[in-house]
Design a protein around this ligand. Structure first.
Ligand code: MN
Length: 239
């Protein structure tokens, strides 16, 4: 049973703040990134060096993943929106929330690349250099939600690792919080996002081969195991 102080409602979701460079971002900057990202999209800089996640994620993978793959989603999204001024004032979340509102001929392109921008923005913000050999751990409030939903952090790690390993082909494992303050974990195919379900994404494991193949080749489970050492858990704040 959660103590009332850990109850997070839909109105609180905007207060979810991500750690950056190992320290809290100040409360609103990450929320602004989540909500305010809009055309023309720019590649958010990596907040640490390419080699900062070694030995868990190698520098080559970080360089190609961020500077090439992520950058390509940004470019393709901008290209898709360039001839649609009516979509340029919408935030990224607004674009992704209701696909039926998107022009039919550009819909899948915008969903694919907008989803790629949305997921990668949160994925890279959710990484941080390892802290020696000690695994990085969630803060008090997220830990309380995990304990309530899974029984223990170890049980959560096991379940989420199995979820990520079970993604067929390219996709993501996603931990999100719904409007009722409940944790949800599920798979996303390709560049689907949690946005149409009205959920705030807390953590993403990218299991596209481009996220791990240079170092781990076909051994996705080894990559998933390593990823736990470089996750910067979001800090949940109540407003
Ligand atoms: Mn990726």
């Amino acid at each position: 049973m959660l103590a009332p102080s850990y109850l997070i409602t839909a109105a609180h979701i905007v207060s979810i703040a991500y750690e950056r460079r190992g320290k809290p971002c100040g409360g609103c900057a990450a929320a602004c990134d989540r909500i305010m990202m809009r055309y023309p999209y720019e590649l958010p800089p990596l907040p640490f060096g390419y080699a900062a996640l070694e030995p868990y994620i190698d520098a080559d993978t970080m360089y190609f993943h961020h500077d090439k793959h992520f950058a390509t989603y940004i470019k393709n999204l901008n290209d898709a929106l360039a001839s649609h001024p009516e979509l340029q004032d919408m935030t990224l979340e607004e674009l992704l929330r209701d696909p039926e509102k998107l022009p039919k001929e550009q819909r899948q392109t915008i969903l694919n690349n907008g989803g790629g921008v949305y997921n990668h923005n949160l994925f890279f913000k959710g990484l941080a250099p390892p802290q020696g050999d000690a695994p990085r751990m969630p803060g008090e409030q997220l830990m309380a939600l995990i304990d309530a939903a899974y029984g223990s952090f170890e049980a959560f790690k096991k379940a989420f690792s199995e979820l990520a390993a079970s993604v067929f082909g390219s996709g993501w494992a996603c931990l999100a919080i719904d409007g009722g303050g409940q944790l949800r974990s599920f798979k996303l195919a390709n560049q689907e996002t949690a946005v149409p379900n009205g959920m705030a994404t807390l953590m993403l494991f990218d299991v596209w081969e481009h996220a791990y193949y240079l170092k781990y080749k076909n051994l996705r489970a080894d990559y998933i195991k390593a990823l736990w050492n470089v996750i910067a858990y979001p800090e949940l704040r109540l407003i």
